[in-house]
Write a protein that binds this ligand. Structure first.
Ligand code: PEP
Ligand code: MN
Length: 337
């Protein structure tokens, strides 16, 4: 249930509603917009009638939310949420570009990629140190060493870092190095991990599971939100379909559908969404045209020798082209890069 307070409801009135929610054994989540405060009732509130709250002073209305997610829903938070990543705002007017190698492989490889993406205008550097590989024999990432290299690149190029965390036990460690923690596709429903990243105060990039519906993605986001972390970024990265021409099927629909269902920022990953470098720029352009708040793209100075995802990695030159094209699309719809 959400309780919409009247315009100009006083702090005491809000406090009284929160007190009532807590006395019934629920948790209250406040969302203070420019116009009014909305209070979410967290817990199974089905036995409680909306009138219980509607009689309280300052309350305009209490609404049951029929969707299985609440805090992620636009009903609870009508305005777009903007997630701050160091100096950048994701979810506002600017389209944010995150780029870098799939995996951190060596100092030279990471620095080359970081220099290239910075020069092309990227805002955030990506790079995996802990890699969720389908085969146990494939390169698993450099682990802690990879995090240390990411920190060096962060300092040298003044780029915030997004990197994946795979287990709840590693959240504290990864959070010491990362500006944004990535929960990968294969872990979208790792509930212990969602709980753990819900308890830190850093942005979380939550990727759609390769077999997950949009509703399941939103419920995974709800886990993070309900544990107190409001800085969740959603990422469409392609889903598995009967189509085999591409690695995954990038679900362009997901972008406007998510933007209507949720206030959270939505970004697109055309690299994993297609699996082929030639398709990355066209899908990046389409995603921005469809309303994505950002893109995340894999870039490698020497894709032929990449230890992971070389086939979908852009060379620095091709990434440069992608950024110029995305900039044109953004301008056409009244946004900037
Ligand atoms: C990645 O970002 O390199 C990655 C493994 O992504 P996903 O979880 O979307 O497969
Ligand atoms: Mn990858």
């Amino acid at each position: 249930m959400v309780i919409v307070m009247r315009h100009k409801a006083t702090d005491e009135e809000v406090a009284q509603v929160v007190g009532q929610i807590e006395s019934l054994g629920f948790k209250a989540h406040l969302s203070s917009g420019e116009e009014r405060t909305v209070i979410g009732v967290i817990g199974d509130e089905r036995p409680v009638e909306p009138e219980t709250f509607e009689v309280l002073p300052g309350v305009e209305k209490a609404l049951r939310i029929l969707k299985p997610y609440k805090l992620a829903s636009r009903d609870f938070h009508p305005d777009d949420s903007v997630v701050r990543i160091n100096g950048h705002s994701l979810g506002g007017q600017q389209v944010i570009i995150m780029a870098g190698p799939c995996s951190v492989e060596s100092r030279e490889q990471l620095m080359d990629a970081a220099a290239a993406v910075k020069a092309a205008g990227a805002h955030v550097l990506r790079g995996g140190a802990f890699k969720p590989r389908t085969s146990p024999y494939a390169f698993q990432g450099l682990g802690l060493k990879g995090l240390e290299l990411l920190r060096e690149a962060r300092d040298e190029f003044r780029l915030p870092i997004v990197t994946e965390v795979m287990s709840p036990q590693e959240v504290t460690l990864v959070a010491q190095y990362a500006d944004v923690l990535q929960v990968g596709s294969r872990n979208m429903q790792n509930f212990a991990l969602l709980h753990a990243v819900g308890e830190i105060q850093k942005p979380v990039l939550l990727k759609r599971g390769l077999m997950a519906t949009i509703e399941e993605l939103l419920m995974a986001a709800e886990y993070i939100l309900s544990h107190g972390n409001t800085r969740v970024i959603l990422c469409e990265r392609g889903i598995r379909t009967f189509e085999t021409a591409t690695r995954n099927t990038f679900d362009i629909n997901a972008i406007p559908v998510l933007k209507s269902l949720t206030h959270l920022p939505v970004i697109a990953d055309p690299s994993h969404g297609t699996g082929k470098w030639e398709l990355v720029a066209p899908i990046a352009r389409a995603a921005v045209a469809a309303g994505a708040d950002g893109v995340i793209v894999e870039v490698h100075a020497d894709p032929a020798h990449a230890l992971s995802d070389g086939a979908q990695s852009l060379t620095p030159d091709n990434f440069n082209k992608l950024v110029s094209q995305v900039r044109c699309v953004a301008q056409a719809i009244g946004r900037t890069v």
